[in-house]
Write a protein that binds this ligand. Structure first.
Ligand SMILES: Cc1ncc(COP(=O)(O)O)c(C=O)c1O
Length: 427
């Protein structure tokens, strides 16, 4: 699924999403413009919920993309939330999320992060021994707060090294292999202010081969046997993380949310049965696989530079400031001429951004129809980790974001102004 579920080519021959013509949207709202298809968000979220059934909980990982309107849609579909900072928590609470539906993660939570999480009634997922000390000071005497521990199962998924987190050499989690996990669990159980409700793991992101989840589940369940036998502890919750990959190009054929949940549930159920363990409540926390396919980026073509026999650069009005992924981890994308997506290709071009870095290239060598200044280009699968990592590099305002549904385009984040860029400066 490269396009949002409502995507079609309309009677004018233009690309259309959520009943809205993308060329018209680009003209009325300006570009770069990010669009989200509400139907796709709901479809992906509800597929997770349906596949999970009563086996556990689905949290949306706010780091992929978060904006109040978006979070309300996710909440309406029945998902909890995973946040990693006081900032994400603040946005979630302001958007109407109940604190007790939120898990607070992060490998170096500050005192302020933990105080905010505690005040909101969120479940804290402890990721380092330092947090034990901080929580001893933050939680009042006589009170216990619900926590989980992030465990590193030592599995290296088949994804880019920069987005792989579950292996031994990682800044995240207490490693099983090194013995740190066992020690941390024992410490959490002894801790006077903590109620240890579960264990969490997360392997990485953009994972397309689901075998890594089965492998990690086996390792986590072996740990559960040790915990039961040695510490008389059986966690109520077991987190398998997020990380399901999506299609960025026509060649990608990722598993569906249902495939992902079914594989993890099956590994959990059969693994527990084989070991005589009580089946804990499963927690999964997808981000990219909900926000990613729902979002698209729209750009307008400006300068075109031909270097005969070498390359044709087509520059657009966005780039690494709204989408750092191609440069951060070699992410690949497709692009389409919004006014005629099915027009025959005319040759290879390289789509460059407008930032002052030679590396500011969105797509290298893609077959496109002939392009001219003013053409609108649409990039699918742009909903996750694009705007979430956006910057104001080069003094560029961040793009407007609209939610599309039934022919309506509602602005959910306005385009930044030049004054927004200097709002925090002291003159
Ligand atoms: C702990 C944790 N959970 C969930 C996610 C969401 O992953 P994804 O967006 O790939 O589903 C991440 C992303 O890196 C993460 O670090």
């Amino acid at each position: 699924m490269l396009f949002p579920v409502t995507y079609r080519v309309n009677a004018a021959g233009h690309m259309e999403v959520g009943g809205c013509d993308l060329v018209e949207l680009a003209h009325t709202h300006g570009t770069p413009l990010y669009i989200y298809d509400e139907a796709t968000i709901r479809q992906r979220a509800s597929e997770y919920i349906a596949a999970m059934g009563s086996a556990g909980q689905v949290l949306y990982s706010a780091k992929a993309f978060a904006s109040p309107r978006f979070l309300r849609v996710v909440a309406q579909e029945g998902l909890g939330l995973d946040v990693v900072s006081a900032g994400e928590l603040h946005l979630a609470l302001k958007s109407g999320y109940a604190g007790d539906r939120i898990h607070f993660l992060g490998n170096n939570k500050s005192r302020e992060d933990l105080e905010a999480a505690h005040a909101a009634g969120a479940t804290i997922v402890i990721d380092g021994s330092y947090e034990f000390e901080l929580l001893r000071e933050i939680v009042p005497e006589g009170k216990r707060i619900r926590v989980m521990l992030r465990i590193s199962p030592g599995v290296k998924p088949d994804t880019h090294a920069h987005i792989s987190t579950g292996q031994l050499d990682s800044k995240f989690g207490f490693s099983i292999e090194s013995g740190a996990a066992m020690q941390a669990i024992a410490e959490a159980l002894r801790h006077p202010r903590l109620e240890l409700v579960g264990l969490h793991s997360h392997l990485g992101s953009q994972i397309l081969a689901l075998g890594a989840y089965q492998q990690a589940m086996e390792i986590m369940l072996d740990l559960l046997v040790e915990l039961r036998d040695e510490l008389k502890f059986e966690p109520r919750k077991l987190g398998a993380g997020g990380g399901l990959g999506i299609a960025y190009t026509r060649e990608d054929d990722p598993p569906t949310p249902r495939d992902f949940v079914e594989i993890v549930r099956h590994a959990l159920d059969t693994g527990c049965a084989r070991r005589g363990l009580r089946v804990p409540e499963l927690v999964v926390e997808p981000g990219r696989s909900i926000a990613g396919p729902a979002g698209m980026a729209l750009y307008t073509v400006g300068s075109i530079k031909d270097i005969r026999g070498v390359r044709r650069y087509v520059a657009v009005d966005g780039g690494m400031g709204d989408n750092i992924r191609p440069k951060l981890y070699g992410a690949r994308y497709e692009a389409f001429l919004a006014s005629d997506p099915e027009r025959r290709p005319d040759g290879k071009v390289t789509i460059a951004g407008k930032y002052c870095e030679s590396t500011d290239i969105l797509i290298t060598d893609i077959e496109m129809p002939e392009l001219k200044a003013g053409d609108v280009i649409a990039m699918p699968a742009a909903g996750a980790y694009n705007l979430a990592m956006a910057s104001n590099y080069n003094g560029m305002p961040r793009p407007e974001v609209v939610m599309l549904s039934d022919g309506r385009a509602d602005v959910m984040r306005r385009r930044e102004t030049l004054d927004d860029l200097i709002a925090a400066e002291v003159f």
